[in-house]
Ligand binder design. Structure first.
Ligand code: AQP
Length: 333
Protein backbone atom coordinates (compact mmCIF):
# COMPACT_ATOMS: atom_id res chain seq x y z
CA UNK A 1 0.00 0.00 0.00
CA UNK A 2 1.29 3.45 -0.93
CA UNK A 3 0.14 6.76 0.49
CA UNK A 4 -1.42 9.43 -1.72
CA UNK A 5 -1.31 13.09 -0.71
CA UNK A 6 -3.14 15.95 -2.36
CA UNK A 7 -4.22 19.43 -1.31
CA UNK A 8 -6.52 22.21 -2.36
CA UNK A 9 -6.48 25.86 -1.33
CA UNK A 10 -9.61 27.21 0.37
CA UNK A 11 -9.44 30.37 -1.72
CA UNK A 12 -12.65 31.30 -3.54
CA UNK A 13 -15.22 28.72 -4.50
CA UNK A 14 -14.06 25.50 -6.10
CA UNK A 15 -14.18 25.60 -9.89
CA UNK A 16 -14.89 23.03 -12.55
CA UNK A 17 -11.09 22.96 -13.01
CA UNK A 18 -10.56 21.98 -9.37
CA UNK A 19 -13.29 19.37 -9.73
CA UNK A 20 -12.16 17.74 -12.99
CA UNK A 21 -8.45 18.20 -12.29
CA UNK A 22 -8.50 17.17 -8.65
CA UNK A 23 -11.63 16.48 -6.57
CA UNK A 24 -13.26 13.97 -8.91
CA UNK A 25 -10.04 12.00 -9.03
CA UNK A 26 -9.64 12.19 -5.25
CA UNK A 27 -12.98 10.45 -4.88
CA UNK A 28 -12.06 7.79 -7.44
CA UNK A 29 -8.69 7.09 -5.80
CA UNK A 30 -10.38 6.17 -2.52
CA UNK A 31 -11.63 3.02 -4.20
CA UNK A 32 -8.09 1.68 -4.68
CA UNK A 33 -5.55 0.08 -2.34
CA UNK A 34 -3.70 3.24 -1.37
CA UNK A 35 -4.26 5.36 1.73
CA UNK A 36 -5.52 8.82 0.72
CA UNK A 37 -4.61 11.98 2.63
CA UNK A 38 -6.51 15.08 1.46
CA UNK A 39 -5.75 18.49 2.86
CA UNK A 40 -7.38 21.93 2.75
CA UNK A 41 -4.22 23.98 2.54
CA UNK A 42 -5.17 27.11 4.46
CA UNK A 43 -1.50 27.88 5.19
CA UNK A 44 -0.85 28.09 1.45
CA UNK A 45 -3.91 30.31 1.07
CA UNK A 46 -2.46 33.06 3.27
CA UNK A 47 0.61 33.46 1.05
CA UNK A 48 -1.64 36.10 -0.53
CA UNK A 49 -3.70 38.19 1.91
CA UNK A 50 -7.02 36.63 2.94
CA UNK A 51 -9.68 38.38 4.94
CA UNK A 52 -9.91 36.17 8.09
CA UNK A 53 -13.70 35.79 8.12
CA UNK A 54 -13.70 35.00 4.41
CA UNK A 55 -10.91 32.44 4.82
CA UNK A 56 -12.91 30.68 7.55
CA UNK A 57 -16.03 30.61 5.35
CA UNK A 58 -14.11 29.39 2.33
CA UNK A 59 -12.43 26.64 4.34
CA UNK A 60 -15.88 25.40 5.39
CA UNK A 61 -17.01 25.82 1.77
CA UNK A 62 -14.13 23.76 0.42
CA UNK A 63 -14.66 21.08 3.08
CA UNK A 64 -18.34 20.90 2.09
CA UNK A 65 -17.50 20.73 -1.63
CA UNK A 66 -14.90 18.04 -1.05
CA UNK A 67 -17.45 15.91 0.81
CA UNK A 68 -20.11 16.65 -1.81
CA UNK A 69 -17.73 15.35 -4.49
CA UNK A 70 -17.66 12.02 -2.69
CA UNK A 71 -14.61 12.17 -0.45
CA UNK A 72 -15.52 9.84 2.39
CA UNK A 73 -13.89 10.86 5.69
CA UNK A 74 -14.11 7.26 6.89
CA UNK A 75 -12.01 6.07 3.94
CA UNK A 76 -9.73 9.07 3.46
CA UNK A 77 -8.04 11.45 5.85
CA UNK A 78 -9.57 14.91 5.29
CA UNK A 79 -8.37 17.87 7.37
CA UNK A 80 -7.16 21.46 7.31
CA UNK A 81 -3.42 21.96 7.09
CA UNK A 82 -3.01 24.46 9.95
CA UNK A 83 -4.45 21.89 12.39
CA UNK A 84 -1.40 19.62 11.97
CA UNK A 85 1.77 21.32 13.15
CA UNK A 86 4.05 18.83 11.38
CA UNK A 87 3.51 20.78 8.13
CA UNK A 88 4.98 23.99 9.56
CA UNK A 89 7.77 22.20 11.45
CA UNK A 90 8.97 20.33 8.39
CA UNK A 91 8.53 23.36 6.15
CA UNK A 92 10.99 25.27 8.35
CA UNK A 93 13.58 22.53 7.97
CA UNK A 94 12.99 22.54 4.21
CA UNK A 95 13.39 26.34 4.12
CA UNK A 96 16.89 25.60 5.34
CA UNK A 97 17.50 22.81 2.81
CA UNK A 98 16.14 24.35 -0.42
CA UNK A 99 18.41 26.79 -2.25
CA UNK A 100 17.42 30.30 -3.33
CA UNK A 101 18.27 29.47 -6.94
CA UNK A 102 15.85 26.53 -6.95
CA UNK A 103 12.97 28.69 -5.77
CA UNK A 104 13.81 31.51 -8.15
CA UNK A 105 13.24 29.13 -11.05
CA UNK A 106 9.64 28.30 -10.04
CA UNK A 107 7.41 29.52 -12.84
CA UNK A 108 4.33 29.69 -10.60
CA UNK A 109 6.08 32.25 -8.39
CA UNK A 110 7.04 34.29 -11.44
CA UNK A 111 3.45 34.08 -12.75
CA UNK A 112 1.85 34.99 -9.44
CA UNK A 113 4.33 37.69 -8.41
CA UNK A 114 4.62 39.14 -11.92
CA UNK A 115 6.40 42.49 -11.90
CA UNK A 116 5.63 42.87 -8.22
CA UNK A 117 8.35 40.58 -6.83
CA UNK A 118 9.57 43.01 -4.16
CA UNK A 119 6.08 43.46 -2.71
CA UNK A 120 4.71 39.91 -2.50
CA UNK A 121 4.98 37.94 0.76
CA UNK A 122 8.05 35.83 1.48
CA UNK A 123 5.50 33.04 2.04
CA UNK A 124 4.66 33.09 -1.65
CA UNK A 125 8.35 32.60 -2.46
CA UNK A 126 8.81 29.62 -0.11
CA UNK A 127 5.37 28.15 -0.90
CA UNK A 128 6.99 25.16 -2.72
CA UNK A 129 8.95 24.27 0.44
CA UNK A 130 5.69 24.07 2.39
CA UNK A 131 4.21 21.96 -0.40
CA UNK A 132 7.22 19.63 -0.17
CA UNK A 133 6.64 19.41 3.59
CA UNK A 134 2.94 18.63 3.07
CA UNK A 135 3.85 15.56 1.04
CA UNK A 136 6.99 14.41 2.85
CA UNK A 137 5.33 14.72 6.28
CA UNK A 138 3.34 11.62 5.29
CA UNK A 139 6.11 9.85 3.37
CA UNK A 140 3.55 10.00 0.56
CA UNK A 141 4.87 8.66 -2.71
CA UNK A 142 1.94 9.26 -5.04
CA UNK A 143 0.76 12.78 -5.73
CA UNK A 144 -1.99 13.53 -8.24
CA UNK A 145 -1.50 17.02 -9.67
CA UNK A 146 -2.42 19.27 -12.54
CA UNK A 147 0.43 19.63 -15.02
CA UNK A 148 1.06 23.15 -13.66
CA UNK A 149 2.31 21.57 -10.42
CA UNK A 150 4.92 19.22 -11.89
CA UNK A 151 7.76 21.67 -11.29
CA UNK A 152 6.87 21.82 -7.59
CA UNK A 153 7.01 18.03 -7.32
CA UNK A 154 10.46 18.02 -8.92
CA UNK A 155 11.52 20.57 -6.32
CA UNK A 156 10.08 18.41 -3.51
CA UNK A 157 12.19 15.52 -4.82
CA UNK A 158 15.28 17.74 -4.98
CA UNK A 159 14.71 18.83 -1.37
CA UNK A 160 14.30 15.22 -0.21
CA UNK A 161 17.42 14.17 -2.07
CA UNK A 162 19.50 16.97 -0.57
CA UNK A 163 18.16 16.27 2.94
CA UNK A 164 18.95 12.56 2.56
CA UNK A 165 22.39 13.36 1.15
CA UNK A 166 23.27 16.04 3.75
CA UNK A 167 22.38 13.76 6.65
CA UNK A 168 23.64 10.54 5.06
CA UNK A 169 20.46 8.52 5.07
CA UNK A 170 17.42 7.83 2.93
CA UNK A 171 14.66 9.18 5.13
CA UNK A 172 12.36 10.82 2.58
CA UNK A 173 11.17 8.64 -0.32
CA UNK A 174 10.88 9.74 -3.93
CA UNK A 175 7.51 11.14 -5.04
CA UNK A 176 5.84 10.00 -8.25
CA UNK A 177 3.48 12.67 -9.57
CA UNK A 178 0.68 11.56 -11.82
CA UNK A 179 -1.30 13.77 -14.14
CA UNK A 180 -4.61 12.54 -15.50
CA UNK A 181 -4.33 13.46 -19.12
CA UNK A 182 -7.86 14.23 -20.36
CA UNK A 183 -8.51 16.96 -17.82
CA UNK A 184 -4.94 17.87 -16.99
CA UNK A 185 -5.91 21.50 -17.44
CA UNK A 186 -9.34 23.04 -17.77
CA UNK A 187 -8.96 26.44 -19.36
CA UNK A 188 -10.67 29.79 -18.79
CA UNK A 189 -13.99 30.33 -20.60
CA UNK A 190 -12.74 33.78 -21.64
CA UNK A 191 -9.27 32.78 -22.86
CA UNK A 192 -8.47 29.22 -23.92
CA UNK A 193 -4.75 29.74 -23.26
CA UNK A 194 -5.22 30.55 -19.54
CA UNK A 195 -6.01 28.08 -16.77
CA UNK A 196 -9.51 28.24 -15.27
CA UNK A 197 -8.84 29.66 -11.82
CA UNK A 198 -10.86 30.50 -8.73
CA UNK A 199 -8.88 33.73 -8.27
CA UNK A 200 -9.45 35.04 -11.82
CA UNK A 201 -11.07 38.47 -11.38
CA UNK A 202 -13.72 37.56 -13.96
CA UNK A 203 -16.43 35.23 -12.64
CA UNK A 204 -17.39 34.64 -16.30
CA UNK A 205 -14.05 32.89 -16.84
CA UNK A 206 -15.06 29.89 -14.75
CA UNK A 207 -17.82 27.51 -13.75
CA UNK A 208 -18.04 27.51 -9.94
CA UNK A 209 -19.17 24.23 -8.47
CA UNK A 210 -21.92 26.19 -6.69
CA UNK A 211 -23.30 27.91 -9.82
CA UNK A 212 -26.99 27.23 -10.49
CA UNK A 213 -28.43 26.01 -13.80
CA UNK A 214 -29.15 29.52 -15.16
CA UNK A 215 -25.70 30.76 -14.33
CA UNK A 216 -24.01 27.75 -15.96
CA UNK A 217 -26.11 28.10 -19.12
CA UNK A 218 -25.36 31.83 -19.29
CA UNK A 219 -21.61 31.35 -18.82
CA UNK A 220 -21.45 28.64 -21.49
CA UNK A 221 -23.52 30.73 -23.90
CA UNK A 222 -21.08 33.62 -23.44
CA UNK A 223 -17.93 31.44 -23.46
CA UNK A 224 -15.42 32.62 -26.03
CA UNK A 225 -15.31 30.58 -29.25
CA UNK A 226 -14.32 31.25 -32.85
CA UNK A 227 -16.41 31.72 -36.03
CA UNK A 228 -15.52 28.35 -37.64
CA UNK A 229 -17.95 25.41 -37.47
CA UNK A 230 -16.86 22.36 -35.44
CA UNK A 231 -14.59 20.01 -37.41
CA UNK A 232 -14.92 16.22 -37.66
CA UNK A 233 -11.49 15.45 -36.20
CA UNK A 234 -9.44 16.44 -33.17
CA UNK A 235 -6.32 17.42 -35.12
CA UNK A 236 -8.24 20.29 -36.70
CA UNK A 237 -8.66 21.84 -33.23
CA UNK A 238 -4.92 22.23 -32.66
CA UNK A 239 -4.99 26.02 -33.15
CA UNK A 240 -8.44 26.55 -31.61
CA UNK A 241 -7.87 26.51 -27.83
CA UNK A 242 -11.35 27.68 -26.80
CA UNK A 243 -13.12 25.05 -28.91
CA UNK A 244 -10.72 22.39 -27.69
CA UNK A 245 -11.36 23.36 -24.07
CA UNK A 246 -15.15 23.23 -24.39
CA UNK A 247 -14.92 19.86 -26.12
CA UNK A 248 -12.65 18.54 -23.35
CA UNK A 249 -15.10 19.74 -20.69
CA UNK A 250 -18.04 18.20 -22.56
CA UNK A 251 -16.29 14.83 -22.83
CA UNK A 252 -15.26 14.92 -19.16
CA UNK A 253 -18.75 15.57 -17.82
CA UNK A 254 -20.73 13.47 -20.31
CA UNK A 255 -18.48 10.41 -20.42
CA UNK A 256 -18.62 10.50 -24.25
CA UNK A 257 -15.33 10.55 -26.11
CA UNK A 258 -14.19 13.76 -27.80
CA UNK A 259 -14.27 11.93 -31.16
CA UNK A 260 -17.88 10.82 -30.64
CA UNK A 261 -18.89 14.38 -29.73
CA UNK A 262 -17.20 15.74 -32.84
CA UNK A 263 -18.95 13.14 -34.95
CA UNK A 264 -22.25 14.41 -33.50
CA UNK A 265 -21.58 18.14 -33.89
CA UNK A 266 -19.23 18.32 -36.93
CA UNK A 267 -20.25 21.03 -39.38
CA UNK A 268 -22.53 22.81 -36.94
CA UNK A 269 -21.86 26.18 -35.32
CA UNK A 270 -21.36 26.48 -31.57
CA UNK A 271 -25.04 27.18 -30.72
CA UNK A 272 -26.37 23.62 -30.50
CA UNK A 273 -23.07 22.35 -29.11
CA UNK A 274 -23.15 24.91 -26.29
CA UNK A 275 -26.78 24.11 -25.44
CA UNK A 276 -25.97 20.41 -25.13
CA UNK A 277 -22.81 21.18 -23.16
CA UNK A 278 -24.73 23.42 -20.73
CA UNK A 279 -27.28 20.62 -20.17
CA UNK A 280 -24.52 18.07 -19.51
CA UNK A 281 -22.78 20.45 -17.11
CA UNK A 282 -25.94 21.26 -15.19
CA UNK A 283 -26.74 17.55 -14.82
CA UNK A 284 -23.28 17.04 -13.38
CA UNK A 285 -22.75 20.16 -11.26
CA UNK A 286 -26.21 20.78 -9.82
CA UNK A 287 -26.38 17.69 -7.58
CA UNK A 288 -22.91 18.50 -6.23
CA UNK A 289 -23.93 22.12 -5.56
CA UNK A 290 -27.02 20.89 -3.68
CA UNK A 291 -25.01 18.46 -1.56
CA UNK A 292 -22.45 21.20 -0.84
CA UNK A 293 -25.23 23.43 0.50
CA UNK A 294 -26.48 20.59 2.70
CA UNK A 295 -23.04 20.00 4.21
CA UNK A 296 -22.55 23.74 4.75
CA UNK A 297 -25.76 23.94 6.76
CA UNK A 298 -24.07 22.02 9.61
CA UNK A 299 -20.73 23.64 10.44
CA UNK A 300 -20.44 21.78 13.76
CA UNK A 301 -20.44 18.54 11.78
CA UNK A 302 -17.81 19.94 9.39
CA UNK A 303 -15.66 20.89 12.41
CA UNK A 304 -16.08 17.38 13.77
CA UNK A 305 -15.06 15.77 10.45
CA UNK A 306 -12.02 18.03 9.97
CA UNK A 307 -10.82 17.69 13.55
CA UNK A 308 -11.14 13.90 13.46
CA UNK A 309 -9.20 13.96 10.18
CA UNK A 310 -6.53 16.19 11.75
CA UNK A 311 -6.04 13.73 14.61
CA UNK A 312 -5.49 10.88 12.12
CA UNK A 313 -3.16 13.05 10.03
CA UNK A 314 -1.14 14.12 13.08
CA UNK A 315 -0.73 10.49 14.13
CA UNK A 316 1.17 9.88 10.86
CA UNK A 317 2.91 13.21 10.29
CA UNK A 318 3.87 14.00 13.91
CA UNK A 319 6.34 11.11 14.30
CA UNK A 320 7.83 11.81 10.84
CA UNK A 321 8.42 15.47 11.76
CA UNK A 322 9.83 14.37 15.16
CA UNK A 323 12.28 12.09 13.38
CA UNK A 324 13.28 14.80 10.87
CA UNK A 325 13.96 17.14 13.80
CA UNK A 326 16.02 14.45 15.54
CA UNK A 327 18.01 13.88 12.33
CA UNK A 328 18.90 17.58 12.02
CA UNK A 329 20.00 17.65 15.65
CA UNK A 330 17.12 19.14 17.65
CA UNK A 331 16.63 17.82 21.20
CA UNK A 332 13.49 15.70 21.78
CA UNK A 333 10.21 17.56 22.22
N1 AQP B 1 -8.02 24.73 -14.37
C1 AQP B 1 -7.62 23.60 -13.79
N2 AQP B 1 -7.59 22.45 -14.50
C2 AQP B 1 -7.20 21.28 -13.91
N3 AQP B 1 -6.83 21.19 -12.63
C3 AQP B 1 -6.85 22.31 -11.89
N4 AQP B 1 -6.55 22.56 -10.60
C4 AQP B 1 -6.75 23.88 -10.34
N5 AQP B 1 -7.18 24.51 -11.44
C5 AQP B 1 -7.25 23.57 -12.43
C6 AQP B 1 -6.10 21.55 -9.66
O1 AQP B 1 -6.85 21.71 -8.47
C7 AQP B 1 -6.04 21.34 -7.36
C8 AQP B 1 -6.13 22.37 -6.30
O2 AQP B 1 -5.62 23.59 -6.75
P1 AQP B 1 -5.34 24.75 -5.72
O3 AQP B 1 -6.60 25.32 -5.25
O4 AQP B 1 -4.45 24.28 -4.66
O5 AQP B 1 -4.50 25.81 -6.50
P2 AQP B 1 -4.45 26.25 -7.97
O6 AQP B 1 -3.90 25.17 -8.84
O7 AQP B 1 -3.70 27.54 -7.95
O8 AQP B 1 -5.97 26.46 -8.34
P3 AQP B 1 -6.68 27.78 -8.70
O9 AQP B 1 -8.12 27.48 -8.92
O10 AQP B 1 -5.97 28.46 -9.82
O11 AQP B 1 -6.53 28.56 -7.36
P4 AQP B 1 -6.05 30.02 -7.09
O12 AQP B 1 -6.83 30.84 -8.05
O13 AQP B 1 -6.44 30.25 -5.66
O14 AQP B 1 -4.57 30.06 -7.31
C9 AQP B 1 -4.62 21.13 -7.89
O15 AQP B 1 -4.39 19.72 -8.04
C10 AQP B 1 -4.66 21.80 -9.23
O16 AQP B 1 -3.72 21.23 -10.15
Amino acid sequence: MARIFSGIQPTGTGTLGNYLGALRNWAAMQQGEDECVYCLVDMHAITTFQDPATLREQTYGMAALTLACGIDPERSILFHQSAVSAHARLAWIFNCVARMGWLKRMTQFKDKAGKNQEEVSTGLFVYPNLMAADIHAYHATKVPVGDDQLQHIELANDIAEKFNHDFGMSFFPRIEPFVLKETARVMSLRDGTKKMSKSDPSDQSRINMTDDADMIAQKIRKAKTDPEPLPDNLAALAERPEARNLLGIFAAVSGESQEALLARFAGSGFGPFKNALADALVAHVEPIANRTRDYLADKAELDRILQAGARKAAAIAGPIADEAERIVGFLPR
